[in-house]
Design a protein around this ligand. Structure first.
Ligand SMILES: [Zn+2]
Length: 539
């Protein structure tokens, strides 16, 4: 009692009694160019104190050392998802999952069974339907939902999160009628004959309904963070750049951290409507610690490719006359970007279409010209349809391209949207990787959060535009070093290097020796965060 734990590497008396954790006989993929591969790692406290040969690390083993003999297993740095709606994902785990449904009838069945279990009046929420996968090849509408729910308001979001369908009761509670005008940046779909809303709401129009859905309580949010943490760890993520909806999410993350319910490190993406609050408090990008940090200021500039709401320079090939939509007028965009830039924040601008990307780059360039900053690391989120000139511009302006590899395999219809001529502008991951800093993420719950599925998608591209495939090494670099760089933490995370945080993942197989189509089946055997070893829960 009262003595310092013996397991500290350097005890107070100066006698080495061993490191806390020694990893031996590993195939250690350090992602550190100076080291390359190693056999062993020594950890003290939450940091790596040695990386090298078994014999070197063995010398650091003492009485209190926990030894992990890997018998040749592969270890990679803890992976970091650079774009995830982490808390929303946790909340979504409680909603009806429509990701794999294949017909409107199936949607009705799922809603009906949830309605049966809900008390009258309680909102029934679902997510991830995709009309492209539905037998009927059309959007579900209010009448489809009314057939199975008249007493409960129902809202189901499309897989992109930019479109939802609501039943009549939900529309009525939100007072959306044939007279309701489209809000700026949104659209209420209306029946061409009757003028009545069909139930489909796009982009900003969704907030007409969401305003009426009761907000999750603090306990709901903390439970969501805990659930999302478990899923993230099980997938091999030790850190995420979490895009947050409002201040209640920031508060819940803080409390989850204080009560030991936060399992992964969080770099927070603060919604731009809280920018004034941040400025008033004097809190800047980077405030916090290695578990919870104020990160970028996130703003949405356009919609999605799936919903044909991404802002394009030229019309959609499968919807002539439609060029998508912008959520900000150009002047307003420039104002906000300047303000955030001048006040020292990192910006993360959601821009999917080439028009949105162009405007975002214009605004950043103007802000940088007025107030030069050495290391702003502003980010474009998605950069989905991007031409070669824009990539060069991003490179010379040192703007980060935060990409989501899984999009290229899910958006199998993307080529219909943009046509053959713009084919090479669709998710050009390899060019982005080579010319800019490109961190990778999932945009979960839009896609599964599994980074190995992301690596598989980046490496195979589902066969689409093979010239833009990246290697396993490059894909892993995106999920580790580049994600760390995108949060200004390349000296703390992203590789297995002496002095860095001891965040590592043990894999069931070596991804460098696995055929590309099998990368997704690699399992996570253990996850180490800050030197603490956990076995993932299978779910
Ligand atoms: Zn997103």
């Amino acid at each position: 009692m009262g003595l310092l734990p013996e397991s500290r590497c350097c005890s107070v008396s100066g006698v080495r009694s061993g490191c806390d954790l020694a990893i031996l006989n590993g195939n250690i993929v350090t992602m550190d160019k100076r080291t390359g591969r190693a056999e062993a790692v020594a950890v003290s406290g939450e940091r790596i104190i040695g990386v090298g040969k078994n014999s070197e690390v063995r010398r650091l083993i003492g009485k209190g050392t926990k030894v992990l003999n890997l018998r040749g297993k592969t270890v990679v740095p803890g992976m970091i998802d650079s774009h995830i709606h982490f808390v929303d994902y946790g909340l979504s785990l409680t909603r009806i999952d429509l990701r794999n449904v294949q017909s409107i009838v199936e949607i009705q069945e799922k809603v009906a069974s949830r309605v049966k279990a809900a008390s009258p009046g309680k909102w029934v929420l679902g997510r991830s339907w995709d009309q492209e996968r539905l037998k009927e090849k059309r959007y579900p509408n209010r009448h489809d939902l009314d057939r199975v729910s008249s007493e409960n308001p129902v809202v189901l979001s499309r897989v992109c999160g930019h479109i939802c369908v609501a039943n009549s009761l939900a529309l009525q509670l939100a007072n959306v009628t044939k007279e309701t005008p489209d809000p700026l940046g949104g659209q209420i779909d209306k029946d061409p004959e009757t003028g009545e809303p069909t139930g489909i709401l796009r982009d900003e129009a969704m907030s007409l309904i969401w305003k009426h859905v009761p907000s999750p309580t603090k306990a709901d949010l903390i439970a969501a963070i805990e659930a999302a943490s478990q899923r993230a760890l099980s997938a091999g993520l030790t850190g995420v750049h979490a895009l947050l909806r409002d201040s209640s999410y920031v508060e819940a993350l803080q409390e989850a951290r204080a009560t030991g319910k936060l399992g992964v490190r969080i770099y927070m993406g603060i919604p731009v409507d809280l920018l004034e609050n941040l400025i008033n408090l004097g809190i800047k990008t980077g405030f916090g610690d290695h578990w919870l940090k104020i990160g970028c200021v996130k703003m949405l500039l356009d919609g999605s490719l799936g919903g044909r709401t991404a802002a394009m320079e030229n019309p959609y090939s499968d919807d002539p006359g439609n060029k998508g939509l912008l959520l900000y007028r150009e002047e307003k965009l420039r104002q906000i970007v300047s303000k955030a830039h001048d006040s020292g924040y990192q910006l993360a601008i959601h821009a999917i279409g080439d028009h949105a990307i162009e405007l975002a780059l214009d605004a950043i360039e103007e802000a940088q010209k007025k107030t030069p900053r050495k290391d702003h690391r502003h980010r474009i989120e998605h950069a989905s349809i991007i031409n070669p000139d824009q990539i060069n511009r991003m490179a010379s302006m040192k703007v980060i391209a935060s990409i989501q590899p899984a999009f290229v395999t899910s958006d199998f219809w993307a080529i219909d949207r943009v046509g053959k001529k713009r084919e090479e502008w669709v998710y050009p991951f390899k060019t982005l990787f080579k010319k800019t800093v490109a961190p990778a993420g999932s945009d979960c719950p839009v896609e599964h959060l599994d980074p190995l599925a992301g690596i598989w998608a980046a490496v195979t591209r589902g066969g689409f535009l093979p010239s833009e495939r990246v290697t396993v090494d490059q894909a892993l670099y995106m999920y580790t070093m580049n994600s760390a760089y995108a949060s200004f933490e390349e000296n703390e995370k992203g590789s297995i290097s002496e002095g860095k945080l001891a965040d590592m993942v043990v894999l069931s197989k070596d991804p460098f020796k696995t055929p590309p189509d099998k990368l997704r089946s690699i399992r996570i055997e253990s996850v180490i965060v800050g030197g603490k070893v956990t076995k993932p829960r299978r779910s």
